[in-house]
Design a protein around this ligand. Structure first.
Ligand SMILES: *Cc1c(COP(=O)(O)O)cnc(C)c1O
Length: 363
């Protein structure tokens, strides 16, 4: 018995008939770029999030870039984000010509420490990107306060948080969110995919033009643009999977409950605020013998992962920002202690029990 970190094959098997059917439909209609499946997905996903609009994009990274660019962020601007996130977040900022500014994360929930943000705000600061990492939701009340006080844009990186909730609202909470449909995410395409979800019709209009060569008519181009479109085949597959997403999140929460119940008190876990709902893209535990624990689980045929082993300020590519080891003590400590254990909707409860008992055996 081998337990993977997530099992995309099992998910496909559970939907094989419907997925094959929509793939055949797209092929027989020969409408590959744009079309009814994409329109249907954009409408359904906006509704799922409780937001006005959704624009399909060809990756989560591009979704971040397109939003930043169309909010006018560029050279000379600074954008604040947590030091522990996937590299896509700072890369999108850098691609706009702006400067990523890192903030340490909180030991309680591993998300951006909102009490440290104000210190990093200066005349060049234009935006904050809170990242709802692992499915946990950042303190968006504090974020709103900072946004109002300093006139900053808030762009939520929701790539790991499809369906996560803050005070009864699904992310994005403050109006602009970027999603990834990378296959392993809570909602995954059969290839790359992403989306911008927002409530601002003007921003949507700009982004729609930008991702399609600034086009107004087939060969008439009004603005700067590029090609970042989501294709119709991915949208058709996502339509099938979106119908299952609520059920999948529920399953993941049941697994998370088993882990929390068994491991609480013995391992430090990501804490959720009262009333928030975590959709558990990942379940992360902490151990000061993390590498040993990973190897021990591997020997019992249980896969695990580290998200992420190198904090952003120590990534070689960000040397030019001149950060040093010791600048973000919590982020650095977490990078040495965190371990993601298997969580996916098809994981049987007995296996979650088995994984818990193996983890407990190690300590
Ligand atoms: C996956 C991810 C992205 C980027 O998404 P892609 O679709 O892989 O480009 C951005 N931010 C975070 C936090 C992610 O996990």
């Amino acid at each position: 018995m081998n337990i993977p970190l997530m099992d995309l094959r099992a998910q496909h098997d559970s939907l094989e008939k419907e997925i094959n059917e929509v793939i055949r439909e797209v092929i027989s209609e020969a409408a590959f770029i744009g079309g009814r499946h994409l329109n249907e997905f954009e409408e359904a996903f906006a509704k799922f999030c409780g937001s006005e609009f959704c624009v399909g994009i060809d990756s989560g990274t591009a979704a971040l870039y397109v939003v930043l660019k169309n909010l006018g962020i560029g050279a000379g601007d600074e954008v604040i984000m947590p030091v522990n996130t996937f590299i896509a977040t700072p890369n999108a900022v850098r691609m706009c010509g702006a400067k990523p500014v890192f903030v340490d994360v909180s030991e309680r929930d591993y998300l951006i420490d909102t009490s440290l943000i104000e210190d990093k705000i200066n005349a060049n600061t234009k935006a904050i990107i809170p990242v709802h990492l692992y499915g946990g939701v950042c303190d968006m009340e504090k974020m709103k306060e900072l946004s109002d006080k300093y006139g900053l844009k808030i762009i939520e990186d929701c790539a790991q948080a499809h369906g996560s909730e803050f005070m009864g609202k699904r992310v994005p909470i403050l109006g602009i969110g970027c999603f990834s449909f990378f296959p392993a995410k809570n909602l995954g395409a059969y290839g790359d995919g992403g989306a911008i979800v927002c409530d601002d019709p003007e921003l949507v209009k700009k982004c729609r033009m930008f991702i399609n060569h600034g086009r107004t008519e087939k060969y008439l181009h009004e603005t700067e643009g590029f090609n970042f479109r989501m294709d119709n085949l991915q949208a058709a597959i996502l339509n099938v999977k979106l119908k299952k997403l609520e059920e999948w999140i529920k399953k993941k929460n049941e697994i998370a409950e088993i882990y929390s119940h068994k491991l609480k008190g013995k391992f430090r876990l990501q804490e959720n605020r009262e009333g928030d709902k975590n959709s558990y893209h990942l379940f992360v535990i902490r151990s000061d013998k993390r590498d040993g624990l990973g190897k021990f689980l591997e020997a019992s045929s249980i896969s695990s992962g580290i998200h992420y082993p190198v904090p952003l300020h120590l990534q070689p590519t960000f040397r030019y920002l001149e950060y040093e080891e010791g600048d973000f003590p919590i982020g650095e400590m977490l990078s040495k202690e965190i371990l993601s254990i298997p969580i996916y909707p098809e994981l049987e409860m007995e296996k979650a029990e088995f994984i818990s008992s193996k983890v407990l055996e190690f300590e």
